[in-house]
Design a protein around this ligand. Structure first.
Ligand code: ADP
Ligand code: TYD
Length: 208
């Protein structure tokens, strides 16, 4: 679908569920087997998209409308795809991406109004690519929020929305996994990082 030969893997889940940790552990594991791995993230993953990241993740929670956010996240994704993801897949690398378009379906499509139709239209028009495999790290929303809050960063625009958003997003991600059952796999994130990583590796190996 991406026109390359590499494998495209995304991690999804609520804030603090352990996506970044698991993406890094999987990258280390696969590099250990001799594969070229490009570990990347959204919003961001290319110089231009990292600039957009600062615009969307910092500042007042009401800084942008949901519609403007949708455009900014999609602009960042388009740049990331052009500059980082497509070239890596074309040379046969495995791309591991911490969040991708499913996060837009959830956060802009569900959480701040019913924009899912616009999200899907813009995705088809400007992105048109899905990961080969999406690993959903499923996690208790309150525990994930306290993990996320324990990180002191300036990127708290979304974390400021609090527990009700985390709960809504968790349910939304599980529904999305059912909607795209062919590429989604659910991993229980309520365990120590090594146990979760074992599950992630086994899930990847079990892929047809
Ligand atoms: P995300 O990328 O989903 O927001 P992170 O991987 O950044 O999550 O993890 C959030 C915080 O929780 C970090 O401080 C991380 O070290 C910690 N953490 C990650 N996975 C686990 C785990 N399985 N158990 C306990 N703490 C974890
Ligand atoms: P991220 O850095 O992955 O945060 P965390 O490690 O806490 O999960 O993502 C930052 C925030 O950006 C997160 O709250 C979700 C949000 N987001 C969107 O709203 N739309 C998107 O398309 C993406 C990729 C992220």
């Amino acid at each position: 679908m991406t026109g390359g030969t590499g494998l495209f893997i995304s991690f999804e889940g609520i804030d603090g569920s352990g996506k970044s940790t698991q993406a890094r552990l999987l990258a280390e594991h696969l590099r250990g087997t001799g594969r070229e791995v490009v570990l990347t993230r959204e919003p961001g993953g290319s110089p231009g998209a990292e600039e957009i990241r600062a615009l969307v993740l910092q500042g007042d929670p009401e800084r942008w409308s949901a519609e403007t956010e949708l455009l900014l996240f999609t602009a960042a994704r388009r740049d990331h795809l052009e500059r980082t993801i497509r070239p890596a897949l074309a040379r046969g690398a495995t791309v591991i991406c911490d969040r991708f378009a499913d996060s837009t379906r959830m956060y802009q499509g569900l959480s701040r109004g019913n924009l899912r139709g616009k999200v899907d239209t813009l995705h088809a028009l400007m992105i048109g690519v899905e990961p080969d495999l999406t690993l959903l790290i499923d996690m208790d929303p309150a525990a994930a929020l306290s993990r996320a809050k324990s990180r002191a960063t300036a990127e708290e625009r979304f974390e400021d929305f609090g527990l009700p958003l985390q709960q809504k997003m968790r349910a939304g991600f599980l529904a999305l996994a059912a909607e795209f059952a062919d590429r989604f796999r659910i991993v229980d994130g309520n365990r120590d990082p090594e146990a979760v990583a074992q599950d992630v590796q086994a899930t990847l190996e079990a892929r047809p």
